[in-house]
Unconditional design. Structure first.
Length: 449
């Protein structure tokens, strides 16, 4: 490379310019990937009653199908992060989207419970890999001052996809049968995948970091599309980050990062435990509390609506103020709302209000934890750090299913159950407050293309 070129930190180029059309397109693709992930996650719950009726199976027999998907999501997240850090964000994203699309489509042709279990586990592998890597790519193309909002917007896709699934199921299942939802959930990702291949670029920070043979030309092409008004070819790009021989799992568990990694895992695990327990069991609990099934549906809707609102509001606040402090305050308020939800369980209006606050603080807050993770880890381990945090969180979601069932079987009063749920809520808030704001290791070198 010519020595006459001006050395420039590639992140400085992104930070010093407004988000352009290409960055917005990348954010849209990430939103769409996570939206399809959200549709896929809820599809079995939407079609379960029809399968039970048509096949003559019990809910107990169908439970392993739901569990298989959750285990697939956890393993997919754990495996995909290191692959993304080694081979790039783009190929992992494309293969994961094609994977969960193909196996969702294949699930539509299942003939028995065994087929459903196998296909849903394989679908989960792809879906679990897609969301954290999509959010990682969104964060790497966003200016630092807009990173939290960009990540939160991308994750709003999950709630939007899940909500769209409910409306589509109400029309498609009576009209075309339950298999039509699986066909739709499989075809849409397969349609999206070619557009990702043609239009979505690789992470430019990943290219600078890894210095692949064709990286230089790709970097100039990508940055030229992003900022056509600048003379990109006059720069020699480097990445001003901590240099270490460790990458991936070795780095996130190294002495420099271990404390922060554990805090992120605790915060995300407990947040997922609370979110999935409420999301899965709140309708049953509300109905058991002498309300109708329609009122139970309304209550859980308020909880779900709070999520995307919280994502956008908290993402904006995190970019304006201390991200850890914003999340600590939000989750602490959410913990108080958890307690209040139990104490005012006889007043339907107040119960819906506190369900909305709980969804705002923890559905939105859990996405904020992902944004903090993306700022904590360097490029060489960012996808691994975020994906492993997501994978650990999925085990919290799995545990919540058994914990909720145990509480209900023990006939625990509504008030006592939500008082106990304050423990994981406050633990999640405290863990994110104790998370280091930035790794303090010395940035001893710069990485050139």
């Amino acid at each position: 490379m010519s020595t006459s070129r001006i050395r420039m930190d590639v992140k400085a180029v992104i930070n010093n310019n407004k988000m352009g059309g290409l960055q917005k397109l990348i954010l849209f693709f990430c939103f769409a990937i996570i939206a399809l992930d959200g549709l896929d996650v809820v599809v079995m719950g939407l079609i379960a009653p029809q399968i039970i009726q048509e096949w003559g199976v019990s809910a107990h027999q169908l439970a392993p199908v739901l569990s298989a998907a959750m285990f697939g999501l956890a393993i997919g997240a754990l495996v995909s992060g290191p692959l993304s850090d080694k081979f790039g964000r783009k190929p992992v994203l494309i293969f994961s989207v094609m994977g969960f699309g193909f196996f969702t489509l294949l699930t539509a042709f299942s003939a028995d419970i065994t087929h459903l279990i196998i296909f849903r586990f394989l679908t989960g592998l792809g879906a679990g890999a897609a969301a954290p890597n999509a959010a990682t790519l969104a964060s790497e193309y966003a200016p630092d001052k807009r990173r939290s909002l960009a990540v939160n917007i991308a994750y709003c896709g999950f709630s939007m996809g899940a909500a769209a699934g409910g409306f589509l199921a109400a029309w498609m299942i009576p009209e075309f049968g339950w298999r039509s939802m699986l066909v739709l959930g499989g075809v849409l990702p397969l349609i999206l995948a070619p557009f990702l291949y043609w239009k979505m670029p690789e992470s430019v920070t990943y290219l600078v970091k890894h210095k692949h043979a064709s990286a230089q030309e790709k970097i100039y092409q990508i940055l030229g599309r992003m900022f056509p008004q600048q003379k990109i070819s006059s720069y020699e790009f480097y990445l001003n980050e901590i240099v270490t021989e460790k990458t991936g799992i070795r780095l996130i568990l190294s002495r420099q990062y271990l404390y922060g990694t554990v805090m992120l895992w605790i915060s995300y695990f407990t947040a997922m435990f609370l979110i999935y327990l409420c999301g899965s069991w709140m309708p049953t609990l509300v109905k058991m509390n002498n309300f109708s099934i329609s009122q139970a549906a309304v209550a859980i809707s308020f909880f779900q609506i709070g999520g995307p609102i919280g994502c956008l509001c908290l993402g904006w606040l995190m970019d304006k103020f201390s991200p850890r402090l914003v999340l600590f305050i939000a989750m602490s308020i959410g913990a108080l709302a958890t307690y209040a939800l139990g104490q005012f369980s006889s007043n339907f209006s107040l119960m819906c209000f506190f369900a909305l606050i709980l969804g705002f603080c923890f559905n939105g807050g859990s996405v904020g934890v992902s944004a903090i993770a993306m700022g904590y880890y360097p490029t060489s381990a960012r996808a691994t750090g975020v994906s492993w945090m997501n994978g650990i969180g999925r085990f919290g979601a799995i545990l919540s299913a058994f914990a909720g069932a145990a509480m209900i079987n023990a006939k625990m009063p509504f008030e006592m159950m939500f008082t106990l749920l304050m423990i994981p809520a406050f633990l999640s808030a405290l863990s994110i407050l104790m998370q280091p704001s930035k790794n303090k290791a010395v940035q001893s070198k710069s990485l050139k293309v």
